[in-house]
Ligand binder design. Structure first.
Ligand code: RTP
Length: 155
């Protein structure tokens, strides 16, 4: 287990097409950096329909699924992996609620958007999903930058 190895959690946090289009990539990176997380992978990507159907597999039966996939295909996204203490749980706090109208000011969604269908960024909801999502979006592997943990852990 990663926790037993002392490896900090690593959520996968892509900036969605509206975030790239609106020039908010730097702002989103800044929020995670300012909090104290380390950026360990970053990539501008043009996702395929197949990758998105796998990424959002849990939502396949939802009525909004086709629109969600179409929106995620509408432009490039920026995939990121962040490393640090409790990064999944705290990372999602930095993002805010799924619906930006319920997101507190001070969160990314609370400060920059109003539509659930254009909510700027995704954050893995658990360490296990982060591992699956990192494997999906960064198949080349991600190298830890944590002190004393300089080794490939997602090969
Ligand atoms: P994400 O996976 O993108 O981080 O978002 P989340 O966990 O906060 O929310 P989830 O329930 O996994 O939904 C994934 C994305 O689907 C879109 N959505 N649209 N009622 C709707 O139209 C609706 N509900 C969800 C959102 O873009 C959400 O982030």
């Amino acid at each position: 287990k990663l926790e037993e190895l002392g490896v900090p959690f690593k959520p996968d946090t892509p900036v969605k097409p509206d975030g790239v289009e609106r020039g908010l990539v730097g702002e989103i990176i800044k929020r995670f950096e300012s909090k104290g997380y380390k950026l360990v992978a970053l990539q501008l990507m043009h996702p395929t329909k197949e990758q998105l159907e796998e990424h959002y597999g849990d939502l396949k039966t939802k009525s909004f699924f086709p629109k969600l996939v179409a929106y995620m295909l509408s432009g490039p996204v920026v995939g990121m992996v962040w490393e640090g203490k409790d990064a999944v749980k705290t990372g999602r706090k930095l993002l805010g609620e799924t619906n930006p109208l319920n997101s507190a000011p001070g969160t990314i969604r609370g400060d920059f958007c109003i539509d659930v269908g254009k909510n700027l960024c995704h954050g893995s909801d658990a360490v296990e999903s982060a591992q699956k999502e990192i494997a999906l979006w960064f198949p080349q592997g991600v190298k830890s930058v944590a002190r004393g943990l300089d080794r490939l852990i997602y090969e």
